[in-house]
Ligand binder design. Structure first.
Ligand code: F6P
Length: 364
């Protein structure tokens, strides 16, 4: 019997379970393959005792519409930077990648499918360079991976964000208020931009287009006549004023080296007040609501395509590659290419033109 190990790493994302289910269902069509999941990304392999789970038909039954991941995930550490407590009580890190590869051999693992974002796929590439038979599956609600047209989870996040705009509109109109809605998107403004168009927001601020608050005020002024009116601004967490930077702080979680982005909406509120906006302003931070719940049908379809393709790439021995959607095909691309460049919103792109065409202000 041959064994493929599946791991989900980084922030969770609607559609992860649909990928896992698709891998298991496709593998079941081959007589000699067994699928096992490593619990909490590769931590399951590195922990003593080992935490792995057999993923058979029963384990994946009906999980395609469940959010989260049945094998857990983590944003802390990983095989190349395992958190280690120093003698003085501070935390450092150790490279346990060789040990992990040996453990995988001991467990009879023939191939690994690593489902994760940019950070996870960098780990996949490094493990591949050490000789591991590994395939990547891209995952991120931010849609910021350039090698694939889309990532699953993104459309679900856009839907959740759009529903929030819809809901804020009725309360904003009732109170003649401005609402600033902070969406996820640390480097790329895709979620904010799509939700602003779909929800009919007045302004949209994204990391790729630094804003001038005076321009946002001018737009809002057109929305208030004799004190009546309302406005919705969708701001990506990574947005920044011209000449400024995104607001971020170091995570206090042990082993989590990611910056934690927060405060874009609150900063904008202060800036608008300082610029002389008289209307009441409220802020709503959507946060992890965008990552939770049931994936949209389109994300389940994409996730299932990715799962089937990933297992077929294992059969074909296409290691060191990542699954990618290149309309209308699902293909394999070298991991090196996949981690090389982010998918950011081009300020000249059609989606930005469309938004401007319906009067959405970016403050540029
Ligand atoms: O990368 C996806 C993402 O959802 C970002 O948009 C956000 O900044 C980050 O994850 C939050 O991650 P965490 O779960 O570590 O707070």
């Amino acid at each position: 019997m041959k064994r493929v190990l599946v791991a989900t790493g980084g922030g969770d994302c609607p559609g992860l379970n649909a990928v896992i289910r698709a891998i298991v269902k496709r593998a079941a069509q081959e007589k000699d393959w067994e699928v096992v999941g490593s619990i909490q990304s590769f931590d399951g392999i590195l922990k003593e005792p080992t935490e792995i789970k057999i993923l058979d038909d029963a384990a994946v039954k009906g999980i395609h519409y469940q959010g989260g991941t049945i094998i857990g995930t983590t944003t802390k550490g990983g095989p190349f930077a395992w958190p280690v407590k120093n003698k003085d009580g501070s935390w450092g890190s150790a490279d346990r990648s060789d040990e992990m590869i040996r453990k995988l051999q001991y467990l009879g693992i023939d191939a690994v499918i690593s489902i994760g974002g940019d950070g996870s796929q960098k780990i996949s590439q490094s493990l591949y360079e050490k000789g591991l038979n590994i395939i990547g599956v891209p995952k991120t609600i931010d849609n910021d991976l350039s090698a694939t047209d889309f990532t699953f989870g993104y459309q679900t996040a856009v839907q959740i964000c759009t529903e929030a705009v819809d809901k804020l509109k009725t309360t904003a109109a009732s109170h003649n208020r401005i609402f600033i809605l902070e969406a996820m998107g640390r480097d790329a403004g895709w979620i904010a931009l799509s939700a602003a168009i779909a929800g009919g927001a007045e302004s949209c601020l994204i990391p790729e287009i630094p804003y001038d608050v005076k321009k946002i005020k001018e737009k809002l002024d057109t929305r208030f006549l004799k004190g009546k009116g309302f406005g919705i601004i969708v701001v990506a967490e990574g947005a920044m004023p011209k000449g400024g930077v995104a607001l971020a702080e170091q995570s206090t979680e042990v082993g989590n080296t990611n910056l934690k982005l927060s405060g874009a909406a609150d900063r904008l509120l202060i800036e608008l007040k300082e610029a002389g906006v008289e209307a009441d302003i409220r802020t709503t931070v959507l946060g992890h609501l965008q990552r939770g719940g049931i994936p949209l049908a389109s994300d389940r379809v994409l996730a299932t395509q990715f799962g089937v393709k990933a297992f077929e790439m294992v059969l074909e021995g296409k290691f060191g590659q990542m699954v990618a959607y290149r309309h209308p095909e699902v293909v394999g691309v070298p991991l090196l290419e996949a981690i090389g460049k982010q998918n950011l919103v081009d300020p000249k792109a059609n989606l930005v033109k469309t938004a401007k065409g319906v009067g959405i202000a970016f403050g540029d």
